[in-house]
Design a protein around this ligand. Sequence first.
Ligand code: ADP
Ligand code: MG
Length: 263
Amino acid sequence: ENEREETDMGRIITIANQKGGVGKTTTAINLAACLAEAGQHVMLVDFDPQGNASSGLGLEEKEFERTVYDMLAEEASVEECIAREVQENLDVLPSDMNLAAAEIEFQEVDNKEKLLKQSLDQIRDNYDFILIDCPPSLNILTINALTAADTVLVPIQCEYYALEGLNQMLKTVDLVKRKLNPSLEMEGVVFTMYDARTNLSLQVVESVKSNLNQTIYKTIIPRNVRLAEAPSHGMPINRYSSRSTGAESYRMLAAEVISRGEV
Ligand code: ADP
Ligand code: MG
């Protein structure tokens, strides 16, 4: 059953923060899985050479022949690189270490900031949502991801230096908006790894709210051990531990993301 109108273009959301370990990949995997569970047709683009989004969904390197790198290098068609129905409603463009060479290899290519956009524009009509998991840096990969996107979702870990990273990120978004992708918008900020037992988590949330004129998701992702365990089992949280607080919070986030698109 597919009720989607053919005219609907998928919303492309880039999940970015140049800081590592803030919950980008965890959010990419679990938001994608929960959107798919809610009946949305979803593509997750693993755009980090580490390939954590691929392996976290149980995709082992030996299982896929083509990656997002082959797509950018035009060594294979977009369609050939997609791992289909990794879960119901969820396709993945996997990644591996080959992608690390992209920065040097594509240096001389025309429109090197737009390679990902050119590929995704060919398939976006097939999806309700395309999520892109970025590496922890502001390199050409992240610039490609921001150039391809409609919106940027920034996960913020509830710890002391959260705001610093965020301001740098917002500057980059602004730059890409001016130079490469005028219609780029902020999707919003999502707090991750919230620890209700510490004052620090609460302080970080309060200070970001009062210092930042940004959309902030109501859903706050708690620190939950199930979320940390799930990737080693190759499963998103809604399959690994369906009733955990981690699963419930990513379901709520998915519902919020869907409802944003409807207003
Ligand atoms: P990034 O992609 O930004 O580098 P990750 O999503 O890989 O960050 O998260 C960094 C580490 O924190 C991982 O080991 C992950 O399992 C863990 N983690 C992420 N979010 C949570 C959470 N809400 N609760 C517990 N552990 C988490
Ligand atoms: Mg990551």
